[in-house]
Design a protein around this ligand. Sequence first.
Ligand code: GLN
Length: 193
Amino acid sequence: MGDVKIGVLAIQGDFREHKQMLESLGVEAPEVRLPKHLEGLSGLIVPGGESTTIGMLAREYGLESAVRERVQEGSLAVWGTCAGAIWIAKDIPQYPQQPRLGLMDISVQRNAYGRQVDSFEEDLEVKGLDRPFHAFFIRAPVILEVGQGVEVLSKHGDEIILARQNHLLAGTFHPELTRDARIHQLFTQMARG
Ligand code: GLN
């Protein structure tokens, strides 16, 4: 898979795990901290972490507007995992002012599973995959609603946990914490176009 480069937003959160996962697939995965690091990339992964921190710093470093421009011109695929999914969402009804990319037509609720069950894991069916994916949820959000152009790829009970809109992918769980690279593979295909 040496023909695409996929950057990993490396401001905060578990970006190293994503980088390792991509490299295990033979994909070059540079760390992105500044707008100039987006050059030559076909995709960008926004990791889990703290969406408020990622959002504030991405705005401060000029990354929010640089990524927005590349997504809008159709030259960059973006996958947000957990905090990253919150960052790319159009709506966060609880926190409308939270800094974010805001391009994917989904509405999310942060820390949706509450304090008692703040982390759990489960095998889940994912559209396009032939067997279940072992998903880790850590203080996860849920996708409350999706717009017309958004395809739901996986649900946990009634909650939407993986969805795609053109070259945007949002997931509320952490494939980078498994040894299963199938969703990284899927995203690599999206980035390839
Ligand atoms: N609870 C975090 C937030 O709202 C997300 C947690 C995660 O990325 N594991 O930003």
